[in-house]
Design a protein around this ligand. Structure first.
Ligand code: FES
Ligand SMILES: [Fe+2]
Length: 361
């Protein structure tokens, strides 16, 4: 894995087909998304035994549930009788009962009862259980992987948990507070490239550049030996700051391909995760966390300002870029890479492109 600063300039923007070709998107689904760890929910979205949380990943309906033993598990959201889904949204239950013919499952996936099955000779209840999906809890954030043989997160992203803990020692005490999402009408790579460069921040994100960070100190560098980009900056200190940003710096950890943990100054934890829908559409989710799960007035004001400015500004950018990438008039330009890195350098995109090329072969 090359560090961005090792990459010889001038690197070019990727050819438009990386963002517009359904065939390249299918390869990304198979070689990247089907093999990687994806954010599912936070552990506090299912705090008690019997809690469940349903979601969709790469067209697969899944759910996370907490067993009587306190462990979180993930299953495909499909009954093993004739395929009805088992749960919707989130909630709490003692057993998982299929709405179709009332087969019921234990919280650990074992079939508990199948009405009328006594009539079947040789019916072996113990041979039937829900299909599990790999799950790991990473500092309170629940990740799943559709590949049964996937390497553990600690091998995919070495040293990152330690780096996050060194930066934000009490991160595991956070509780889910709020989430919203939006359709981006762009390829997933347009969305994560936009997230992983701040060359546009001074021009487009004026509110963020004055309210959250000190733009002159912004930089993005690899973290650990895995495909991780760490963003860092000093807090905003001027009159335009959104809240009392003193206490700790800004930091963000982007875990390739589709998740970023972002820590605003003073330890305001928030996340981005992206769900690719097709070669030219992606859903972005924005999560916020607090110490008690409550959105107090200060957090609400940060959420509102972020959503009205940075989030809305990025939505407009990525939608416009996707249209441009479909233009017959587009010829990919050079990435603007400064040897000194910093906010106006796109060295981080060169690293991202290497990971994509490596994964797609
Ligand atoms: S499909 Fe679930 S019980 Fe029949
Ligand atoms: Fe942006």
């Amino acid at each position: 894995m090359n560090a961005p600063t090792d990459i010889a300039a001038p690197a070019q923007a990727l050819p438009a087909r990386y963002y517009t070709d359904p065939e390249i998107y299918s390869r990304a689904c198979e070689h990247i998304f089907a093999q990687s760890w994806h954010y599912a929910c936070h552990a506090t979205n299912a705090p008690e035994p019997g809690d469940y949380y349903a979601f969709t990943l790469m067209g697969q309906d899944l759910f996370v549930t907490r067993g009587r033993d306190g462990l979180l598990r993930c299953f495909y959201n499909v009954c093993q009788h004739r395929g009805h889904s088992l749960v919707e949204g989130s909630g709490r239950t003692r057993v998982l009962v299929c709405p179709y013919h009332a087969w019921s499952y234990e919280l650990d996936g074992r079939l508990r009862a199948a009405p009328g099955s006594q009539a079947l000779s040789g019916f072996d209840r113990s041979a039937i259980c829900l299909t599990g999906v790999r799950l790991e809890v990473f500092l309170g954030f629940v990740f799943v992987n559709l590949a049964p043989q996937a390497k553990p997160m600690a091998e995919c992203y070495p040293d990152v948990a330690d780096a996050v803990l060194a930066f934000c020692p009490d991160i595991e005490e956070r509780v889910f507070a709020h989430e919203y999402s939006a359709q981006e009408f762009c390829n997933w790579l347009v969305a994560v490239e936009n997230y992983n460069e701040c060359y546009h921040c001074g021009h487009v994100h004026k509110a963020f550049s004055e309210g959250v960070i000190d733009p002159g100190s912004y930089d993005i560098q690899p973290s650990g030996a895995g495909p991780v980009l760490r963003h860092s900056a000093k807090p905003a200190a001027g009159a335009g700051k959104w809240y009392d940003t003193s206490g700790s710096d800004y930091g963000s950890f982007y875990l390739f391909p589709l998740f970023s943990l972002q820590i605003y100054p003073g330890g305001v934890i928030n996340t981005y995760y992206w769900r690719p829908l097709s070669h030219d559409d992606t859903e972005v989710h924005r999560g916020w966390f607090s110490r008690d799960g409550v959105v107090d007035d200060q957090l609400q004001s940060v959420i509102d300002r972020d959503r009205e400015t940075t989030f809305a500004e990025d939505l407009a950018l990525v939608r416009a870029v996707q249209r441009g990438l479909g233009s017959r008039g587009y010829r990919p330009g050079p990435l603007v890479i400064s040897p000194a890195c910093g906010i106006n350098s796109e060295h981080s995109l060169a690293a991202l492109h290497n990971w994509v090329r490596e994964a797609l072969g």
